[in-house]
Design a protein around this ligand. Structure first.
Ligand code: GAP
Length: 447
């Protein structure tokens, strides 16, 4: 684990140095388990979300999108079981007053000071509370959603009616969720504010097992398409006492993070728990009527629930590579070998030197390429240092304007992973980048 800690520290440092992730409220000393996405982080997260949305919604005729509100009617959390069950057992050390999740403590001793003065576990609800309207009273208490899923269940009829979908069909949503975690940590792995990408698929009860298996396969496939190393992801089926209160069956996709094998995403067979409970608590009939057979039933729900931030961390960890700069060289480079479609910057554009009209040509190329790609123009420091900065940002292609450009309008394109450089005409840069990305996907066996 010491090696894992070292790699994690390097990834955290790189994330800050290159502008992927900053600690929230840093100038005030920071605030625990909250993070800000920097210029590269926001692009990378957007690319992950777009990749998921395209695969889950855009490419399918049976899944619709939704963006529901974060603050919702408080009864929703009674119906969902969160008020009663969304709790962790909390213990406090009477000696050092640190608090811990009881299920994470080995033996009877405080992990901080070693004393055996631990209190009895108390159940602690992870939902953040606030008030709606000006009066801070119990009846005005509402919650910041701890998952996006409930916004989907309560809109299932609205979506079905307006889109004329029939069962089986799904609703997908990406959005923020909030949990007052007792033991957050491991960088952005477990934080108190994060984003989820969730899809709820509504099916006939007799078909639930089949669709559960189908969506397990689809989710596995998605991580492969994302370029994640298949050797680093694993299935973990929940045992009887691991199952959440709503789940009949559940599998996690786990990833080998430097700090251990941990959950990336959950696929759940939620049965009719959600719609039955919302029917009971709202008093609205949420039954589905099959127009052909006339059969009425409460649909079962198959859920796929992944974290955007956790996925981002898995990609950063998977992509993080330290290797010799060239074959047989003892100079090392740090490079993020991530899927080019996920890379925050697609193309770095550099003039070899800051004279002879090279910056002007390079700036013109950059502004043309910006119509299609995210571009970073850089003329500072040696060309080697500029390449290394882009390697650390995971930029798949660097275009350099040099002396020859002035003669024949050609530039070099350097590819991040192979370090191969080719010369192309300026107007061939964009098609060449497209081709490179397709080749990258083909080499990885991605459709
Ligand atoms: N609707 C089901 C649900 O929310 P979950 O297993 O509690 O299930 C789903 O959460 C995913 O959300 C997790 O697999 C993880 O990727 C992400 N997630 C959950 N808690 C998180 C946290 N505190 N910080 C970052 N991501 C989190």
């Amino acid at each position: 684990m010491a090696k894992g800690n070292k790699i994690m520290n390097e990834i955290v440092a790189l994330s800050k140095r290159r502008g992927f992730i900053f600690q929230s409220s840093e100038i005030y000393g920071g605030i625990n388990a909250l993070w800000d996405m920097g210029p590269l982080g926001v692009e990378m997260k957007k690319n992950i979300k777009n990749f998921w949305w395209k695969y889950t919604v855009q490419m399918r005729s049976d899944v619709e999108g939704l963006d529901s509100s974060i603050l919702m009617h408080p009864k929703i959390w009674e119906a969902s079981g969160h008020i009663e069950n969304f709790t962790d057992p909390l213990v406090e050390c009477r000696n050092c007053h640190k608090r811990f999740r009881a299920d994470e403590i080995k033996g009877n001793h405080c992990p901080n000071c070693g004393s055996d003065q631990l209190t009895e576990p108390k159940m602690f609800n992870l939902m953040f509370k606030t008030f709606i309207g000006p009066v801070e009273s119990a009846e005005n208490t509402i919650y910041l959603r701890p998952e996006t899923a409930q916004g989907i269940y309560i809109n299932y009829q609205n979506v079905m009616v307006t889109t004329r979908q029939k069962i089986p069909f799904g609703i997908a949503q990406i959005g923020k969720a909030f949990r007052n975690e007792i033991s957050p940590g491991n960088f952005i792995f477990r934080s108190r504010e994060f984003e989820q990408m969730e899809m709820q698929y509504f099916v006939h009860p007799d078909e639930a097992n089949r669709w559960f298996e189908y969506w397990r396969k689809m989710r596995w496939q998605w991580y492969l398409q994302l370029g994640i190393d298949e050797g680093k992801i694993h299935w973990h089926q929940h045992g009887e006492n691991e199952l959440a209160h709503y789940a009949r069956d559940a599998y996690d996709i786990e990833f080998d993070f430097p700090f251990g094998r941990k959950e990336l995403e959950g696929v759940h067979n939620r049965g009719d728990f959600d719609l039955s409970r919302h029917q009971q608590y709202s008093g609205k009939n949420l039954e589905y009527t099959d127009k052909v057979t006339g059969e009425k039933f409460i649909p079962f729900i198959i859920e796929t629930s992944g974290g955007v931030d956790r996925c981002m961390l898995a990609i950063l960890c998977d992509a993080y590579t330290v290797e010799p700069e060239q074959k047989d060289s003892n100079k090392m480079r740090t490079v993020l070998k991530m899927h080019p479609r996920i890379s925050p910057i697609k193309v770095g554009v550099f003039p070899l030197v800051k004279k002879d009209g090279m910056p002007e040509i390079a700036k013109e190329i950059a502004s043309e390429l910006r119509k299609r790609f995210t571009v970073f123009y850089d003329e500072k420091d040696s060309i080697g240092r500029r390449y290394r900065r882009q390697d650390e940002a995971g930029t798949p292609f660097c275009v350099t304007v040099d002396g020859q450009t002035l003669k024949d309008n050609t530039v070099t394109i350097r590819e991040r992973d192979t370090l191969i450089q080719v010369r192309v005409k300026i107007d061939e840069i964009a098609p060449m980048i497209d081709k490179y990305i397709e080749n990258w996907e083909r080499d990885k066996g991605i459709e």
